[in-house]
Design a protein around this ligand. Structure first.
Ligand code: SF4
Ligand code: F3S
Length: 107
């Protein structure tokens, strides 16, 4: 099992999740984070920390977010590890909850 960052992280990228992960398995892209499924130990700590409710256990992924399982695995291999919280984008709150953000994903 792994935890998965889903669509609502895109353009929100609050990074509160990074602070609590004991195994540094978050990787940072231009406008969202992903979790490396090979490193995640299913500790559950990150899920309640995300102000955008963007993190789910693999088994609890909503039906319309299933594609993020493979996206996290693929992008974690390409993006660098992030280990410290940083400022969210200035318009993060405006994007929180917006639908169809996958088209905004920058790789
Ligand atoms: Fe890290 Fe735990 Fe979240 Fe997995 S569940 S990404 S190990 S904080
Ligand atoms: Fe993204 Fe939530 Fe972390 S918005 S960066 S998964 S705190």
């Amino acid at each position: 099992m792994t935890f998965v960052v889903t669509e609502n992280c895109i353009k929100c990228k609050y990074t509160d999740c990074v602070e609590v992960c004991p195994v540094d398995c978050f990787h940072e892209g231009p406008n969202c984070l992903v979790i490396d499924p090979d490193e995640c130990i299913d500790c559950t700590l990150c899920e309640p920390e995300c102000p955008a409710q963007a993190i789910f256990a693999e088994d609890d992924l909503p039906a319309d977010q299933q594609q993020f399982l493979a996206l996290n695995a693929d992008l974690a291999k390409q993006w660098p590890v992030i280990t410290a919280k940083k400022d969210a984008p200035p318009d993060a709150d405006d994007w929180n909850g917006k639908p169809d953000k996958l088209q905004e994903l920058q790789r």
